[in-house]
Ligand binder design. Sequence first.
Ligand SMILES: NC(=O)c1ccc[n+]([C@@H]2O[C@H](COP(=O)([O-])OP(=O)(O)OC[C@H]3O[C@@H](n4cnc5c(N)ncnc54)[C@H](OP(=O)(O)O)[C@@H]3O)[C@@H](O)[C@H]2O)c1
Length: 247
Amino acid sequence: MGQLENKTAVITGGGTGIGLATAVRLADEGAHVFITGRRKTELDAAVETIGAARATAVPGDVSDPADLDRLYDAVRARGRGLDVVFANAATASLIPLEQITQEDFDHIFDINVRGTLLTVQKALPLLNEGASVILNASTAADNGAEAFGLYAASKAAIRTFARVWANELKGRGVRVNAVSPGPIDTPGITNLFGDAADVRTKLATDTALGRMGRPEEAAAVVAFLASDQSSFMLGANVYVDGGENQI
Ligand SMILES: NC(=O)c1ccc[n+]([C@@H]2O[C@H](COP(=O)([O-])OP(=O)(O)OC[C@H]3O[C@@H](n4cnc5c(N)ncnc54)[C@H](OP(=O)(O)O)[C@@H]3O)[C@@H](O)[C@H]2O)c1
């Protein structure tokens, strides 16, 4: 028996990287996973990897309320409510303070902050008692890396959402926690930093373990927070960072 037999999960950004690894892991634990993201090809490939019996793709943009309505309509149509939400979709850019434009601000905050808010807000009517909501924050929220101001501030908002929503939803038996990855080797990291060896070495040496993490290592922590194994955890922020921000 898996930890999530007969459970239903939504994973935003579930087509690649940490979201995909989490979708695979939660499905392995017995859940049916609904994944969303803007690129249909990536989602279709993810469903192929996971198996169509365990995964449903609903393409969409988390910053678009109508797209999220379609996602949750599909969950509702399955008729079993919702037990796990992993609000994982986000975007990142490296922009120094003096170069940040209004458009940059709106783009990052629309997806990362408003998108996360809408993802969880629109899930509320479907959440079963005992449901677990996990928000994907980042070590960037508290390490002050240069040119990461917009992204880091958006992730600090995510961490704070976890505290407030945990408090607001505890009466319904819904737990909310955050996860804060350090450098995890994903397509998102390659898009942001390129794949130059010196950049990857720098990301690796920023951690105490001297390596980047694997998406599966972040997914394992999300699976723990999604399951009853973490039943006494509420409003927490769990670092998966190879010690980057810890030691
Ligand atoms: N990798 C790291 O080192 C690291 C460290 C700390 C935190 N994180 C966080 O981990 C999460 C996943 O990132 P990742 O590294 O796995 O990168 P990734 O592979 O690029 O995954 C991000 C996913 O989010 C989706 N997405 C982006 N914008 C979206 C939107 N507007 N609507 C719906 N889906 C959207 C992308 O799909 P589409 O482009 O098809 O929409 C993609 O599948 C993010 O929240 C990121 O901030 C990552």
